[in-house]
Design a protein around this ligand. Structure first.
Ligand code: SF4
Length: 332
């Protein structure tokens, strides 16, 4: 069993996990809220280490990342568990339970699989990857050495110190910011907003490529003032070039509200675009809101139809028409 990082023994003999802001105090033989960190013999163990719930070679657009090596494939893996309890989770079958009985897969096998799939790297996704920081960092270190990139798709709920440890191994992240309302985070996710914002800033400050996803749920986080607040926060803290993905909600798991109407996404998109040039619509059966245009001359830089991607308006890393830098990382 792999010993966990980032914990302390509490005065009452329990183990306090310091990986995420929950700071679970875990009694002997029990697991933390995320379901994959277990107290045993007075220590904390990463009991989800190497346990893979799913592995696929995906287009990088599916993470979603639209400005990081567009059109490339990335080997994508997920484990079990999550430190959030969202009633609308789209992957609840793996996030809201932790099957810890499987056979662990060693990091070098993950890296070898990524290379044999001819992908540009590894995406740690499907469930929350940071609760398995020991395994993710072991894979990421080897992937780096092999010339692969590392991508995190995360809820961003992690303490500053573990974030400092993992971010130097990470090339790009898609961070889910579910809205700018603390009550939403408390009530819908059993978590808190500020640590997520702090992590997003830390990741951007560390030089990682950051894209943001916002799942728009009608009646819960789609008010104009909420949307504008998030757009302003991204502009002020992550920078105007940050791509934003507005994702449609569909009834899932414990939530049965009707799905997000297309007009709600279009309204949110209009409001975001008042501040930010790269705003996309996702999780819908339409190609609207998919293309990337040059903010200076309007030339279409990238055309996306489902997962077909054509880099039509780029010359190197610049707009082929006006020469403005295209804010897109290519070259893999
Ligand atoms: S990582 Fe898991 S065990 Fe640790 S504090 Fe967060 S939810 Fe609790």
């Amino acid at each position: 069993m792999e010993q966990a990082m980032f914990w302390e023994k509490a005065s009452d003999g329990k183990i306090e996990c310091r990986l995420c802001p929950h700071h679970c105090r875990i009694a002997e033989g029990k697991r933390g809220t995320c379901g994959v960190r277990t107290a045993q013999n007075g220590k904390l163990y990463a009991t989800g280490y190497g346990l893979i719930s799913s592995a696929n070679s995906d287009p990088i657009e599916k993470k979603p990342l639209y400005h990081f090596h567009p059109g490339k494939m990335i080997f994508s893996i997920g484990g079990w568990g999550c430190n959030f309890k969202c009633g609308f989770c789209q992957n609840w079958g793996i996030s809201q339970q932790a099957d810890l009985k499987g056979t662990p897969i060693p990091p070098d096998k993950i890296v070898a699989d990524a290379m044999s799939e001819q992908s540009i790297g590894i995406a740690y996704t499907y469930n929350e990857p940071l609760i398995n920081i020991e395994f993710v960092s072991a894979c990421a270190r080897l992937a780096r050495e092999a010339g692969l990139v590392n991508v995190l798709v995360t809820n961003g709920y992690i303490e500053k110190k573990p974030a400092e440890f993992i971010l130097p191994m990470v090339d790009a992240l898609n961070i889910d910011i579910k809205g700018m309302d603390e009550n939403f985070y408390k009530k819908q996710c059993s978590a808190s907003l500020n640590p997520v914002l702090a992590f997003a800033k830390q990741a951007a400050g560390a030089g990682c490529h950051v894209e943001i996803t916002n799942l728009v749920i009608p009646g819960l986080n789609d008010a104009d003032n909420q949307i504008k607040k998030l757009a302003d926060w991204i502009f002020d803290n992550l920078g105007q070039k940050t791509p934003v993905h507005l994702s449609a909600y569909h009834p899932q798991y414990k939530m049965d509200l009707p799905p997000t109407p297309p007009e709600t996404l279009e309204r949110a998109c209009r409001l975001f675009r008042e501040k930010l040039p790269y705003v996309y619509i996702g999780n819908v059966f339409s190609d609207a809101g998919q293309d990337t245009s040059c903010p200076q001359c309007g030339n279409i830089l990238i055309v996306r139809r489902r997962y077909s991607v054509r880099l039509t308006g780029l010359k190197g890393t610049k707009c082929a028409k006006c020469g403005r830098p295209a804010d897109i990382i290519t070259g893999k």
